[in-house]
Design a protein around this ligand. Structure first.
Ligand code: FMN
Length: 197
């Protein structure tokens, strides 16, 4: 049987979602998937990025990671998105990429893909669930198969959020967090394999 192909697609201004995506990619590889770690193209003006040291440093740190393309979405059997909360919804950088996918959507190329999402926010209850649910609404339009973690791992009773892992800034990336992200990624790989039969 061929390996499940997973695209881990992240947008990260300050590094949190980048770190989450790296943990997920590693766990998915350990679960037997072929993984592409991909970043969403930055759309903010260069002057704005350069105007914040932390943003500029993160942009430079991830410049070698390939930018996600339509070909990646065609290649993959499963997608795991990770992006921060922006006023309770996904960042415009990710939405801008999603808004280029109308052609693939209209040809049914995004249908039946297994898909899941993670997010982060600076405060607890700062919009994490709304951000993930907003992305899931889009995935329903695609006809993708949403693979939420639910409470399928005991550790999720500690971290919370059955919709998808969400990080509150400042919290440590401890064993519990790594386990929950790894579980979400491995479960996505497993379900994508089941969908492929
Ligand atoms: C324009 C903007 C809007 C934001 N809106 C929220 C918000 O609604 N709730 C919240 O808790 N944090 C909010 N944040 C904080 C981000 O969610 C936080 O910086 C992000 O989770 C860090 O992820 P990253 O390191 O991957 O960029 C906002 C940040 C920016 C820049």
């Amino acid at each position: 049987m061929s390996k499940t192909k997973l695209a881990v697609i992240f947008y990260s201004t300050y590094g949190t979602n980048h770190q989450m995506a790296e943990i997920a990619a590693e766990a998915a590889r350990a679960a037997g998937a072929e993984v592409r770690l991909l970043r969403v193209t930055e759309t903010a003006p260069q002057a704005v990025v350069d105007g914040q040291d932390a943003w500029k440093a993160q942009a430079e740190k991830t410049s070698d990671i390939p930018e996600v393309s339509h070909d990646d979405l065609l290649w993959a059997d499963a997608y795991l998105f990770s992006a921060p909360t922006r006023y309770g919804s996904a960042p415009s950088q990710l939405r801008a990429f999603i808004d280029t996918l109308g052609g693939l959507w209209s040809q049914g190329k995004l249908a039946n893909k297994a898909v899941s999402a993670m997010t982060s926010a600076s405060t607890a209850h700062g919009g994490q669930e709304a951000t993930i649910l907003g992305l899931y609404t889009t995935f329903m339009h695609w006809g993708a198969v949403i693979v939420a973690p639910g409470y399928t791992d005991a550790e999720i009773f500690k971290t919370g959020n059955p919709y998808g892992y969400s990080h509150t800034q400042g919290a440590p990336f401890d064993e519990s967090v790594r386990k929950v992200i790894g579980h979400q990624a491995a479960r996505l790989v497993d379900m994508a394999g089941k969908i492929a039969g």
